[in-house]
Ligand binder design. Structure first.
Ligand code: URA
Ligand code: SF4
Length: 201
């Protein structure tokens, strides 16, 4: 894929999340805005001490315009509850703000963002983190980790410990959802819970 201009020129210089949220629908920093229904920004308080960063909105999120409202979001809610964390006190966002998908008949199948998309969208995430200034930033999965740390990250090797700069890497809830009903689900869920608990401690 060719390069993308990046979100920089659409990100306002502001100390208010509402200004970012209001400007995001106009972003043309990469080509993902076009086939998507709408931009999906973030949810949560601007003074949160913990930020959770996902990959990108999924099908449900794209339709509803809210992050983490689909199956991955429900699993994440369960994990936060089990970790004793108040979901409403956490700031939830994504590395990429538009849904990337492939059409298969009537279905829209999730397609992971490329490094170009992650880079293009990073100015939004940087602006959000600059305003919220959390104590800990939890990367949910490899895409978020790559965006935040600026390098490729092996989630299996690096998850579950505090890295420099207040970063913590854990599994993406979608990959735990995919294990449901199979061997390994409970372990993967418990790992996510213990990583979230570490992040909150
Ligand atoms: N997965 C994500 O990474 N983010 C969402 O908002 C939903 C699913
Ligand atoms: Fe802008 Fe990010 Fe959407 Fe690309 S994915 S258009 S950079 S908001």
């Amino acid at each position: 894929m060719s390069d993308a201009p990046g979100a920089g020129r659409w990100v306002p210089d502001t100390s208010h999340l509402d200004d970012l949220r209001a400007a995001a629908p106009d972003c043309r920093g990469c080509e993902l805005w076009q086939p998507a229904t709408q931009v999906v920004f973030s949810r949560g308080p601007s003074d949160a001490s913990m930020v959770l960063v996902g990959e990108q909105p999924g099908d449900r999120e794209d339709l509803e315009g809210e992050p983490f409202v689909g199956p991955a979001g429900r699993l994440l809610s369960d994990a936060l509850r089990e970790a004793g964390i108040d979901e409403n006190a956490v700031y939830l966002t994504n590395a990429v703000k538009h849904f990337r998908f492939e059409e298969r008949g009537k279905r829209r199948l999730h397609k992971s963002p490329t490094i170009t998309h992650l880079r293009a969208c990073a100015p939004w995430l940087e602006a959000e983190l600059g305003i919220v200034q959390p104590r800990v930033v939890v990367a949910l999965g490899a895409s978020a980790a790559r965006s935040l740390l600026g390098r490729s990250v092996s989630v299996t090797k690096e998850r579950g410990r505090l890295l420099g700069g207040g970063y913590l890497v854990t599994t993406h809830p979608s990959s735990v959802v995919r294990l449901r009903g199979r061997e390994g689900f409970r372990d993967a869920f418990d790992e996510l819970v213990s990583d979230l608990r570490l992040g909150a401690s």
